[in-house]
Design a protein around this ligand. Structure first.
Ligand code: GLU
Length: 493
């Protein structure tokens, strides 16, 4: 078998979509599994719909996901992607070959003429297929049209190519994912392969690039199946080897409509911004169409690559369950080495003065708060009470709690005894154990009620991280001052 060479070919008309990330991943996995090459090609032939900002986003998102491509133009020791707009001098050459072989022709139809044809088809309730009006123009007719200032587009002659390489009008191919697929090429109109301004169209440029880049397998979304037939005909017409195709089912939102921004984030960079980890995203999208043979869903990309078989990809659509992604993300947060997590979380803590903490305190704060996080961004709220000095905002439940006689009593004792305590986490642990033990013994208060009073006053909430660690990190002064402020006779003092 020839070398496996696959590609991801995004159009930079938006940030890297999570669906494109899945397609990229499946290509990447297929390349890995087969010791092949994974190529990135930016398809920016449609200048009006593309922007450099999106190119950069695609580039950065793929890198962040670790989906590094294997070749491309050298940009200072690194690979840039292949970019179609930088290859514009390549495309006309093969247009000429197609013209010379009679598989393409110049079309001088104006947009108005084409519109009229379409309207006529609609009126007759027929699917629109170009009339081939320009197929057999003589040289004189063409010269006349040129003299009128018309610039021709180039159309591919579908029926001619089909007849040259196939016995009937039926074109069939064996899809790696979906099995045998076919179309009646009579339903495909002669399509434009080069616009009158000289720009190649997608269906044409993609074939030239796939052929010249020796792409062996084209793995992409099933929305491209109708394009595949056109592309196969161009491959054949130019005498290029036709690659194998594999079309993936679509990714739908939980309501089964097309996944869009109204359902939540759709761009990889938005997910990352919201606090999703890239390895959780990758693991999650791998499961959209692929299932691990051992049923174990949490897997690294390397493990997935070992187990990955393109023929086992489900040909049906997948549902993008945001809740499942969240679950997976929380799992990945828990698995992340603390050193790495500490650094990653800083991005979500810019509103706090981290310089007020020693590195040790910061580490301990993260250590006692990270476990319940679903998104990295949840850390912003989770650590709020570690900041603010003597002040903390009490939520409704905490307010209610501190107003009880029990809590007042506990807080008075806490302030009084706390003054004498050595304020280290280890010692506080011991002291608090005795403190709540004494209350239980003397007053019959359940230890958890005793601790709730302290928690409510010091953190402003009834749940959160380990209380001893909070007190130790916050320090004696702030902890006791917060408690003092909640002793109702002290209010306003
Ligand atoms: N530029 C196309 C897109 O973004 C890629 C199609 C292909 O993979 O051939 O949909």
């Amino acid at each position: 078998m020839n070398e496996v060479r696959v590609r991801i070919a995004p159009s930079p008309s938006g940030n890297l979509h999570i669906g494109t990330a899945r397609t990229a991943l499946f290509n990447y996995l297929f390349a890995k599994k087969n010791n092949g090459k994974f190529i990135l090609r930016i398809e920016d032939t449609d200048a009006e719909r593309t922007s450099q900002e999106y190119v950069d986003n695609i580039f950065d998102s793929l890198k962040a996901l670790g989906l590094n491509w294997d070749e491309g133009p050298d940009v200072g020791g690194d690979y840039g992607p292949y970019t179609q707009s930088e290859r514009f001098d390549i495309y006309p050459k093969y247009i000429q070959v197609l013209l010379d072989k009679g598989f393409a022709y110049e079309c001088f139809c104006t947009p108005e003429e084409l519109e009229a044809e379409k309207e006529e088809a609609t009126k007759n309730k027929q699917a629109y297929v170009y009339s081939k009006k320009c197929e057999n123009l003589t040289e004189e007719e063409k010269a006349k049209l040129r003299a009128e200032g018309r610039k021709p587009a180039i159309r591919f002659n579908v029926s001619k190519a089909q007849k040259a390489f196939h016995d009937s009008s039926i074109l069939e191919f064996d899809d790696l994912v979906k099995g045998k697929l076919h179309v009646d090429t009579n339903l495909i109109g002669d399509f434009v392969i080069m616009k009158s301004n000289g720009a190649p169209t997608y269906n044409y440029a993609v074939v030239i690039d796939d052929a010249l880049m020796k792409i062996s397998h084209v793995i992409r979304g099933e929305d491209h199946i109708s394009n595949t037939y056109k592309q196969i005909l161009i491959f054949e017409a130019l005498g290029f080897e036709v690659p194998r195709f594999g079309h993936l089912g679509m990714i739908l939102a939980p309501d089964r409509s097309k996944l869009s921004k109204r359902h939540g984030a759709t761009a990889v960079s938005d997910f990352v911004e919201q606090g999703y980890l890239t390895n959780a995203l990758l693991n999650f999208v791998a499961l959209l169409g692929w299932a691990p043979s051992d049923g174990q869903e949490i897997k690294t990309v390397d493990e997935i690559a070992q187990d990955f078989r393109i023929g086992e990809i489900s040909s049906s659509n997948s549902i993008f369950e945001y809740d499942k992604l969240k679950w997976m993300n929380s799992h990945y947060i828990k698995m992340m080495p603390l050193g790495e997590l500490k650094e990653k979380l800083k991005k979500y803590l810019t509103k706090y003065d981290l310089s007020s903490m020693t590195d040790e305190q910061y580490t301990r704060m993260i250590e006692v708060t990270y476990e319940p996080l679903t998104l990295l961004s949840d850390i912003t709220d989770a650590v709020a009470y570690f900041f603010g000095g003597d002040n903390v905002e009490l939520d409704a439940k905490a307010k209610e709690n501190i107003e009880t006689e029990l809590s007042q009593e506990v807080l008075r004792a806490f302030v009084e005894q706390g003054e004498t305590w050595e304020w280290t986490e280890e010692n506080l642990h011991e002291k608090l154990e005795k403190f709540r033990g004494d209350f239980k013994e003397q007053k019959g208060y359940k230890p958890k009620f005793t601790m709730w009073a302290i928690r409510a006053a010091v953190t402003g909430r009834l749940c959160g991280a380990d209380m001893t660690a909070i007190l130790a990190i916050l320090g004696k002064e702030h902890s006791l001052n917060r408690a003092r402020k909640c002793i109702l006779t002290n209010v306003g003092k």
